[in-house]
Design a protein around this ligand. Structure first.
Ligand code: ADP
Ligand code: MG
Length: 375
């Protein structure tokens, strides 16, 4: 059982608090992604788990044993970095064999392990080559192979594919997910790329400014973001945000945006009340709506439709992104590729109310979805 547990973990560099009291439980054999923008403390977190960085306070437990003071080599983990750190004068075989040789493993066992790892990674024909004879993607496979041969319980990966070109990155996403299934071990993977996190993770820990924002399945992170940061970080194009006023009436609630009035469906109203939001009268909110949850129309068919103007259209092969200006704001809508429309055309928008998000204008916290899966 290789569960990784972080309890009130803090990392300070002098006065900079890079990681603020982090609580996380990565389950045995789970694929966990630490996701967040540059500088949010992802690498610091991973390096503390690896033992490459000291912990300022708190506890880290791997497979039931507290490892705060344990040397990296004794933690039963392997780490893969963005830079491959391969030895240029050693062959692929020797690069992969190196961590086993320094452990004085018998030659025959080394050969078996390297060959098995090479098979899993499909680099058998490259074993006698030198790193300079490999592509970027192949080099990264060798670096991963060097981690696999040690047969660790936990794999730690810090943006291992973020420097590869888009096409190869897409390919490697699938490969790494497959590798996780094949090895059936715990993976903790750092990324700033929401697509990577959404497509690979069992659960995502979203971080910002050293703080855990939400820890949940990709589906929940996408559909039930607990604050504006999480809502805006996942999804492509990102969620649209409009500054609004929530008006809570006896029976009906509505959201006012400029001269427009958008009805709040009962479902959303009930969720808000269930989430315990104390609201009365008028309340400053940010309305969030994803590009997929807006319908574009050439004529107004419902009283709540917003009137705007097309700013620009972006055809993307199988669908189109339409940028619309409404009430001095700009929002993106995903439309059919055959959608007829040009810049400056008047347009009407119907928001799918059941998919609206409401965030407190002051705290940015969701009024609908509570933080349930933290830590
Ligand atoms: P991420 O991996 O999410 O980009 P890091 O963990 O590398 O974030 O960094 C988090 C914060 O800690 C940043 O503000 C960074 O500048 C700071 N930091 C990271 N490493 C050091 C270090 N060795 N010394 C001082 N500050 C550091
Ligand atoms: Mg980093």
């Amino acid at each position: 059982m290789a569960e990784v547990l972080l309890k009130n973990v803090v990392k300070k560099y002098g006065k900079v608090e890079a990681v603020k009291s982090l609580n996380l439980r990565c389950k045995d054999k789970e694929f966990l992604v630490l996701l967040g923008p540059s500088g949010c403390g992802k690498s610091s977190t991973l390096r503390m788990i690896a033992g490459l960085e000291s912990i300022s306070s708190g506890d880290i437990t791997i497979a039931g044993a507290k490892v705060n003071q344990t040397h990296p080599s004794k933690r039963d983990i392997a780490m893969v970095f963005e830079t491959y750190a391969l030895y240029p004068h050693k062959t692929v075989f020797d690069n992969m064999a190196y961590p086993l040789r320094i452990r004085k493993m018998p030659k025959s066992e080394i050969k078996t392990r390297v060959e098995r790892a090479a098979e899993i990674l499909e680099i058998v024909p490259m074993l006698e080559r030198y790193p300079r004879q490999l592509s970027g993607g192949q080099k990264q496979r060798v670096a991963i192979g060097r981690a696999i041969v040690r047969d660790p319980k936990v794999f730690l990966m810090d943006e291992p594919i973020s420097h590869l070109d888009a096409k190869l990155r897409g390919h490697m996403r699938g490969e790494l997910k497959h590798l996780h299934e094949e090895l059936n071990q715990t993976f903790i993977y750092v990324s700033h790329d929401q697509t990577e996190a959404m497509s690979m993770a069992d659960r995502i820990a979203v971080m910002n400014l050293g703080e855990l924002q939400q820890f949940d399945t990709p589906e929940k992170i996408f559909n039930e973001p607990v604050n504006e940061f999480v809502a805006g970080f996942v999804g492509d194009p990102p969620m649209n945000f409009l500054p609004c006023t929530l008006v809570t009436g006896e029976k009906q609630w509505s959201v006012e945006f400029k001269q427009f009035i958008i009805e709040v469906p009962d479902r959303v109203k009930n969720l808000t009340q269930k989430a315990g939001a104390q609201l009365s009268g008028r309340h400053g909110v940010t309305l969030g709506i994803r590009p997929d949850n807006v319908l574009l129309k050439h004529e107004r068919t419902k009283p709540g439709d917003l009137a705007g103007e097309i700013y620009i259209t972006e055809p993307l092969g199988s669908y189109m992104i339409v940028d619309v200006e409404i009430g001095g704001e700009r929002i993106k809508v995903r439309a059919d590729i055959s959608f007829p429309g040009r810049s400056k055309d008047p347009i009407f928008l119907e928001l799918d109310g059941d998919h609206m998000h409401l965030f407190d204008a002051g705290t940015s916290r969701s009024l609908i979805h509570q933080s349930n899966g933290k830590g």
